[in-house]
Write a new protein. Structure first.
Length: 228
């Protein structure tokens, strides 16, 4: 087990990946809870500035893609971190910068679904319908913009193009699956179309800020005990 752990997580990657996990958990779970405590007013961005949400169908089968996106994130972040120290730091720093932006948006522009356009009644008893009901019960339609789902999947694709040895088939697979994730968030009615664009923009800002303000030397000074 220790050998597998050392193989999957190079010493230089352990602290950055842990920070990404903690930051993601804080933004996704803790912030909405704090908003509920203070009874914040959430804004409804339904069809703003688009009308596409009202014409998109509800397809429970896409909930499988929605859930499998977690596999994409975990697998990609581990795999890309093992590519090189430079890519690991570039990916994790960009992610952390993007999450700080998401945190600010969630606090300054909290969003929710008051129009009733999200999480419709699920009809049927098939496996996809069962999975959809399960996700609907666990994931309320709040903190929608920008979409963390789309941010993370886009980051996986973008960093795939930055690997030391670029594999055309791997990059294509990342791109196609990322597009499927984009489709899934609106076809299972967990997000609005504007949330997809927000996720992409925030990810790109994170990558840009990292490129112009590289502070990766901080990771060299602070590491987990197992990495020393």
């Amino acid at each position: 087990m220790k050998r597998l752990y050392n193989f999957l997580f190079p010493k230089y990657a352990r602290f950055p990946l842990l920070l990404v996990l903690l930051m993601n958990s804080f933004v996704f779970w803790v912030v909405p809870t704090i908003q509920d405590w203070f009874g914040v007013t959430r804004y409804d961005l339904t069809d703003w500035p688009f009308v596409i949400d009202s014409v998109l169908p509800f397809i429970p089968a896409f909930m499988l893609i929605y859930v499998l996106s977690y596999v994409q994130w975990v697998g990609s972040y581990i795999y890309h971190s093992r590519d090189s120290r430079a890519l690991c730091y570039r990916m994790t720093n960009s992610d952390l910068i993007a999450k700080v932006i998401v945190l600010a948006v969630f606090l300054l522009l909290p969003t929710g679904d008051y129009s009733g356009g999200l999480q419709p009644e699920v009809v049927g008893n098939g496996p996809f319908e069962w999975l959809t009901r399960l996700i609907f019960a666990a994931d309320k339609p709040i903190s929608l913009f920008p979409s963390i789902h789309c941010l993370e999947s886009w980051m996986c694709f973008r960093t795939a193009t930055m690997m030391t040895k670029r594999n055309r088939w791997y990059i294509t697979a990342q791109f196609v699956f990322t597009l499927l994730v984009f489709a899934s968030v609106v076809l299972v009615k967990q997000h609005f179309f504007i949330d997809i664009l927000g996720g992409i923009v925030v990810a790109e800002i994170g990558l840009f800020v990292y490129k112009t303000w590289d502070k990766t030397h901080l990771f060299e000074k602070v590491q987990l005990p197992s990495a020393r």
